[in-house]
Structures are given as C-alpha cells and as structure tokens.
Design a protein around this ligand. Structure first.
Ligand code: FES
Length: 147
C-alpha cells in the first residue's frame, strides 16, 4: 500500500510500488486531466507537481513518493482561476489542448520558482512538447502572468 496526498486529499493505493504515478492518478483516482503522451519522460503531457516541483508523472514510481503532496491540474485552483489558467484563456493558448494541462502545470511551477523569467528562462525551463506549435502563445501567456 502506498499513501500520499493528492489535491489535498489523503489517498491509499493498493498498487505495485513501481506503478507510474500517471496511471495511479488516471486509473485509480480518475484524475484524467493528466495526460499520457509518450510514457518516456519526453513530452511532458503528464506533468504534475510533487511537493511543489514539476515532475513527469509517467516517470515517477508511486513507491518513491510515499508521504508526498501531489497536485494535478484538477487541484491547481478552485475554479480554474489560477493566474496561469486565466492567462491561458486570455491568450487563447490551446489548439487541440491535449498537452495543455501538463504545460500549465510546468509553467505554474516555473513561475513559482522564478516569478519574472526571461524569455530564455521560459524556453529552457519549459521543455514540454506541443504538436500544435502553440509556443508563441505560451510565451505571451507567461509574459502576461509575470508582467
Ligand atoms: Fe510522461 Fe510524455 S507521457 S513525459
């Protein structure tokens, strides 16, 4: 059994300790805002916060985060009104939208650590992939939040 906290709620998973956090969240907790893209730590669609840090949940074994505090896109804000989410709406960032919850989680963690990043810090700090190429709007949204 593995215990930790997800979006403020204690959870207990009766899953193998090497189960990827991504699948515990999606299959056991029905938190499907966290997406599966590559399963190899490359795309970032599965990004969540573990103890406040952006992590690729497909690469996090639940047995390694006993007692941790996990936040998913569903728990980032009460009413989808986190400053990053509001900026995403204002700049109409998403196209297909599939990667965007991971992108928002990555940006939220970046801005918490670095509230006024340079464009270069955004480019180097956000390595999530977007097949629709929404990167210019992502940069505008980050600028909007950090202005
Ligand atoms: Fe985890 Fe792509 S699904 S990085």
């Amino acid at each position: 059994m593995t215990r930790f906290t997800v979006n403020g709620n204690p959870v207990e998973y009766q899953l193998a300790p090497d189960t990827p956090l991504l699948w515990a969240l999606r299959d056991a907790s029905n938190l499907t805002g966290t997406k599966y893209g590559c399963g190899r730590g490359l795309c970032g669609a599965c990004t969540v916060h573990v103890d406040g840090e952006a992590r690729r949940s497909c690469q996090v074994r639940i047995g390694d985060i006993e007692g941790a505090f996990v936040t998913t896109i569903e728990g980032l804000s009460e009413n989808s009104d986190h400053p990053v989410q509001r900026a995403w709406v204002a700049e109409q960032v998403p196209q297909c939208g599939y990667c965007q919850s991971g992108m928002i989680m990555a940006v939220a963690a970046l801005l918490k650590a670095t509230p006024k990043p340079t464009d270069e810090e955004v480019r180097s700090g956000i390595t999530n992939l977007c097949r629709c190429g929404t990167y210019p709007r992502i940069l505008k949204a980050v600028r909007r939040v950090s202005a």
